[in-house]
Design a protein around this ligand. Sequence first.
Ligand code: FSX
Ligand code: SF4
Ligand code: F3S
Length: 356
Amino acid sequence: MADNVSKTMNPQLDRRGFLKGCTMAAAALGLSEAMIPRLVEAAANAERPRVIWLHFQECTGCTESLLRASHPDLARLLLDIISLDYHETVMAAAGHQAEQNLHDTVNNHPFLLVVEGAIPTKENGIYCMIAGKTAMEILAEVAPKASAIIAIGSCATFGGVQAAAPNPTGAVGVQDLVSGKPIVNIPGCPPNPISFLGTILHYLTFNRLPVLDSLNRPLFAYGRRIHDHCERRAHFDEGRFVEQFGDEFHKLGYCLYKVGCKGPETFSNCPAVRFNDVEVWPVSVGHGCIGCTEPNFWDTMTPFYERLPMAKIPGGGIIDSADNVGKTVLGVTAAAVGIHAAVGIGKRLIKGKKEE
Ligand code: FSX
Ligand code: SF4
Ligand code: F3S
């Protein structure tokens, strides 16, 4: 049954689209141009890994952004390089046939497991049931047989909005329930498709998963603080802030820190890789980052439209209040933020190197 989803979804990918997708993924992975042919070679010739994609408590935004956004080349490339054997949203099979497909792959072939959505654990997991089984039971059955697991989206990685206090269903991420398997977390609500594609292409090209940070996120995508590569950073450093949405400073593109931007404590590649083919990301269209790649951001990053408390600013204690911060003080702050970030990233890289 292998590949039933890919065949349905992927009528054609021309060479131009194929190369474009590989080039974008290579850039996201931080590979030099010289590596692009190797990536293309792997994408074209490596044996396509079978992928089982399970959906639990989620909104399907991760799948939607991956397969149906304005990235047709990326979606087709992805479906070209994997054999998507089971995916509830897009597979043609239904009912017993779909369940049979799942069991065939799980029991007879090596496969990568992708999980989208949180797993509710209260009342023995009854808050998410598929084909008569709880998400907990399905995960317990499938995960031990997977070669590796990719948790996609903030729900599957850290529990997502379902896990927000008071977490009525006891929702958790995959890594809270599964041990003894390599787990890659690709958080974001939803995450950038290129971070997922880059992970798969890295696996195909180098026969191993990418280097991870302490939260199991690939360093190539989550190794840098948003604040440190934001196009509005010069405004932050110069003390030029939007005071409220729609004011003249907003129109001038000033820094969104005072209206709640959480970029100073969020790690993600959003400013660099951007979203959709129109090259935007939240801050570029005038909305602060809400920290959607960080653990429990629904609790820790709210209220979304209030500035980060002083204690949460990297190098904390240096910013007393953005109202009082002048150019000079912000210069010091910026240096402190930069040093803190450099230390943080250094630590992550060292950890990543050790793991590698
Ligand atoms: Fe969660 Fe995925 Fe947020 Fe939705 O399905 S990460 S709710 S955008 O998309 O799991
Ligand atoms: Fe960019 Fe937000 Fe940092 Fe301002 S606070 S520079 S908008 S990341
Ligand atoms: Fe999420 Fe912030 Fe990027 S909200 S999409 S991590 S800019």
